[in-house]
Design a protein around this ligand. Structure first.
Ligand SMILES: [Zn+2]
Length: 322
């Protein structure tokens, strides 16, 4: 079994039915058992070392400090012991004004430590990072320009002007990410490409944002056409992954090429794009090339293809809460 996708498998029960109960939320915030997961300027609070872990703040004094400093606290859900978990944005504080971290913890960029986090921690930190980012971007009403305030425990923002009353909901940006494959040639091949800004030797699948008015299958076909000049036929969904940098949802596909096999890549976006057969993918390192790290959708798509390049058992391993 390949490693599960990073940032999946959040251990919390999101308990949406509790979000409307402001009194319950206030009481839980002051509860000894509750945990607060802070974000500071895009960074997450984790314990130090090779195996970092979420370092939540605990206790009524910390909760009161965070609530005052952040102004708004988001109810994330209930932990496995029934305890309440909250997220808070401390970005307004200068570094020397942050609350004392537990156990030598520090604020670190999630993208840097994601692959080293324990299963549940990466998903939890991704959830907090994404929703805090959404709050930061929606402080003012898009309709009338007046300030907005949180509702529903931080899962809605509403315009403060009752005559306007506009509500906005947490936003997630869908991204299609696809392994283009050639199943018709005698030796199955997949397409890997690289962008000039990527780390040296990195090759990966194609990807792009879904546009308004577009089905996912159409987005896959358009991106492949734009980036490498190929037409795809059948498109198979493989799995999805939250990617909170800042607020994407990666939707993984395999797509069969149907027209010729001559790649004409868009040189404004790509530095290279080529077909690789299985042996070539398995010996990338001999040629100074490498795949994205384990736990990314791109890597999972390629590994599923390596396991069964002609098959249709294409699912990637999304970890689900039990
Ligand atoms: Zn408004």
């Amino acid at each position: 079994m390949p490693p599960p996708l990073l940032y999946t498998g959040c251990p919390l029960d999101r308990a949406a039915h509790l979000r409307e109960d402001a009194g319950w939320i206030a009481a839980r915030l002051a509860d000894d058992e509750s945990r607060i997961v802070p974000v500071w300027r895009g960074r997450s609070l984790v314990t130090p070392g090779e195996a970092p872990a979420v370092a939540p703040l605990r206790g009524p004094p910390a909760a009161a400090f965070v609530a005052a400093a952040a102004g708004e606290v988001v109810f994330l859900g209930l932990g496995t012991g029934g305890e309440a978990w909250f997220g808070a944005d401390l970005s307004r504080l200068d570094a020397d004004a942050l609350p004392p971290p537990p156990d030598g913890a520090g604020f670190v960029d999630l993208k840097r430590i994601g692959p080293r986090l324990r299963e549940a921690d990466g998903s939890l930190l991704a959830y907090v990072r994404a929703i805090v980012h959404w709050h930061q971007q929606h402080r003012f009403c898009g309709r009338c320009g007046r300030p907005t305030a949180i509702r529903q425990g931080g899962h809605v923002r509403a315009c403060a002007d009752p005559d306007c009353g506009a509500e906005v909901f947490p936003r997630t940006d869908p991204v299609v990410i696809m392994l283009v494959e050639d199943r018709r040639s005698s030796e199955p091949r997949c397409l890997l490409a690289r962008q000039p800004a990527w780390p040296r030797g990195l090759v990966s699948t194609l990807a792009g944002f879904v546009e308004p008015g577009e089905a996912l299958e159409e987005a896959v076909a358009r991106e492949v056409r734009e980036e490498v000049g190929l037409e795809v036929g059948a498109v198979h969904y493989c799995g999805s992954q939250p990617w909170p940098f800042p607020c994407s949802l990666m939707l993984g596909f395999r797509a069969d090429v149907v027209n010729g096999h001559a790649i004409e890549f868009d040189q404004r976006e790509l530095e290279d794009a080529r077909w690789f057969d299985r042996a070539a993918v398995e010996t990338l390192e001999d040629h100074g090339l490498k795949l994205p790290y384990a736990g990314t959708m791109a890597r999972a798509l390629v590994e599923a293809w390596l396991d069964d390049p002609r098959g249709r058992d294409t699912d990637v391993h999304v970890r689900r809460r039990r």
